[in-house]
Write a protein that binds this ligand. Structure first.
Ligand code: FE
Length: 344
């Protein structure tokens, strides 16, 4: 995985004379962040945090696995105070690897619903990422769809596009099924689903949507922010492809649509603990929540925060309220099931 490092380039330094006098010789300090969330999708918010608090945020971005490895090898010498990843599976791995520590504050607990935080406070969700079904409007009507389980029905033979089993989003989707209905049922489902594949899995989520638009399949499973990026992006071909498909929210009469989170964890050896907690709390404030979710067409974890017009257009939906720690817990079983089902 490519690893882009920015080596703690200070995001912004508020060091006016006034600030110096106000703070005395003690500066407001800093906080070091390892982020798997791309710089463009977090930096403006970090700059706002610095403006408000005077705390400098040193940002290192990279792939989640690379950052996790780095945290492990640095051990107690790690400069990192906070880790941000874009899925609960990796937050779980970080916890298992012992590189996180619990933090519980009233502000964090109030802002983040129970399902979207680790029970002991090892991590907190910052945005919700929904993984619904997309259907080609020309060939499928919403009435034909119901649930993820329904995708194993033989009527979908040769009509489904979904990316590979190596992808953590799919692993988490299967893990959520195991958590809800056990291994045997989930394996049966995976077998049926694989039988319905239109092609051997390839490409990312956008590619599944494009394939459905192009007629290679009729159904795609993808995270909504890829669809959002396509429909409001500058790429004309992608925009046209996205317009040929529609979102369907599965499992609305049952457990709800599968969701994942991007989230933050306090590192085990954080030296700037107080500042790190301040930043976590800042990221779950209502204003931060709408910005953080919106720049990537995700959903706020915090209830009562307004959605962008585009998100509203796709409709309200009931999300699965399974505690997302379960996704990590069942990850290896999910991988085995997918493997046995022949999900490439
Ligand atoms: Fe993604």
């Amino acid at each position: 995985m490519a690893f882009k490092s920015t080596f703690f380039a200070p995001l912004s330094v508020i060091l006016t004379v006034a600030a110096l006098f106000a703070e005395g010789v003690q500066a407001a300090g800093e906080v070091n962040l390892y982020s798997a969330r791309k710089e463009a999708l977090i930096k403006p918010l970090l700059d706002r945090f610095t403006e408000q608090t005077g705390i400098t945020v040193n940002l290192v971005t990279g792939g989640a696995d690379a950052l996790l490895k780095r945290l492990q090898s640095e051990g107690r010498n790690s400069p990192a105070d906070l880790l941000i990843t874009t899925d609960a599976g990796r937050l779980y791995r970080a916890r298992e690897a012992g590189v996180t520590q619990p933090v519980v504050t009233e502000a964090l607990r109030q802002a983040v619903p129970e399902a979207y935080r680790e029970p002991d406070g090892h991590w907190y969700g910052l945005s919700l990422r929904a993984r619904p079904i997309f259907y080609a409007k020309a060939r499928v009507s919403a009435e034909e769809l119901s649930s993820y389980e329904g995708l194993a029905d033989p009527k979908w033979a040769g009509r489904i596009c979904i990316r590979s089993s190596g992808n953590i989003y799919n692993q988490s989707l299967v893990a959520s099924m195991i958590a809800h209905q056990g291994e045997a049922k989930s394996e049966q489902w995976a077998l049926g689903l694989v039988k319905n594949f239109a092609r051997s899995p390839k490409g990312g989520d956008r590619d599944q949507i494009k394939a459905a638009a192009a007629g290679e399949c009729d159904i795609a499973v993808a995270n909504t922010y890829y669809y959002g990026g396509m429909i409001s992006g500058k790429d004309e071909a992608e925009r046209q492809a996205a317009e040929k498909v529609a979102v369907f929210w599965p499992n609305q009469s049952g457990r709800g649509t599968h969701v994942n989170v991007s989230g933050a964890a306090l590192t085990a050896h954080a030296r700037n603990r107080d500042n790190a907690v301040k930043l976590m709390e800042f990221l779950v404030q209502p204003e931060s929540q709408s910005w953080y979710a919106e720049v990537n067409y995700e959903y706020p974890v915090r209830e009562g925060v307004a959605w962008s017009a585009l998100l509203q257009q796709w409709g309200r939906f009931k999300s699965d309220n399974l505690n997302l720690s379960e996704l990590g817990k069942y990850n290896s079983q999910a991988v085995m099931i997918m493997d046995r089902a022949g999900w490439k």
